[in-house]
Design a protein around this ligand. Structure first.
Ligand code: ADP
Ligand code: ZN
Length: 211
């Protein structure tokens, strides 16, 4: 089964994606993670992506679509994949339709008033990618799951977050309509409750198709 996860930055997409991929054995593909990996390794793609990510803008479509097309062509995607952060506009969604078939779009609704604080207070584990919020860390600087060092993403600052949210509203939110028209959308709501609460709703839906 091929799944697309939709939701604003800070809606908890990445966390749900990890939980889904673990439970159902789907490959988790995060375009944001791919870009960050490329930046870390100093590749040409990383060099190009960095200025866009730091500004909270989308990396150009041609580059992003080609990365995803190549990734989905790999063998491990044959059993199904979970796209987290792609597509982010209707052009990318049309391109995706050209090289693959989306079976389900999970849309995470969330009160946007929560997002600025969530993102600016977020700390991420360098080793396993788990995310935390400073308000619940009590000063801890390492990951509870694996002991890795926690860091703050460069784009989790007020200015860049404002731009990411504007880009989401203008370019990504229309995809809710896009996948509704295709008849493949499932809506759920992100909350301040632990991620396992939302995951229970998502899993109840996925159990209808998978397992
Ligand atoms: P978030 O959803 O929290 O903003 P991501 O890790 O998904 O975080 O994305 C971080 C940044 O990577 C985005 O702000 C954007 O610059 C770039 N990016 C990720 N996915 C895409 C995409 N599909 N198209 C263009 N740029 C992307
Ligand atoms: Zn960790």
């Amino acid at each position: 089964m091929n799944i697309v996860l939709l939701g604003a930055p800070g809606s908890g997409k990445g966390t749900q994606a990890s939980m889904i991929s673990e439970r159902y054995g789907l490959v988790h593909i995060s375009t944001g993670d791919i870009f960050r990996e490329n930046i870390k390794n100093g590749t040409e793609i990383g060099l190009l992506a960095k200025s866009y990510i730091d500004a909270g803008k989308l990396v150009p479509d041609e580059v992003t679509c080609e990365i995803v097309r190549q990734r989905l062509a790999k063998d491990d995607c044959k059993k199904g994949y979970l796209l987290d952060g792609f597509p982010r506009n209707t052009y990318q969604a049309d391109q995706l339709d050209g090289f693959s078939k989306v079976d389900l779009c999970i849309n995470i609704n969330i009160d946007h008033a929560l997002l600025m604080n969530r993102l600016c207070g977020r700390r991420v584990c360098r080793d396993c990618g788990e995310s935390y919020h400073v308000d619940t860390l009590n000063g801890a600087t390492t990951c509870k799951k694996c002991g890795g060092e926690l860091y703050q993403r460069r784009d989790d600052n007020p200015e860049t977050v404002a731009s990411r949210l504007a880009v989401y509203n203008e370019q990504t939110a229309p995809l809710i309509d896009y996948y509704t028209k295709k008849g493949v959308i499932f809506h759920c709501t992100g909350t301040e409750a632990p991620a396992s609460v939302l995951f229970a709703t998502v899993a109840a839906e996925l159990d209808k198709y998978l397992k």
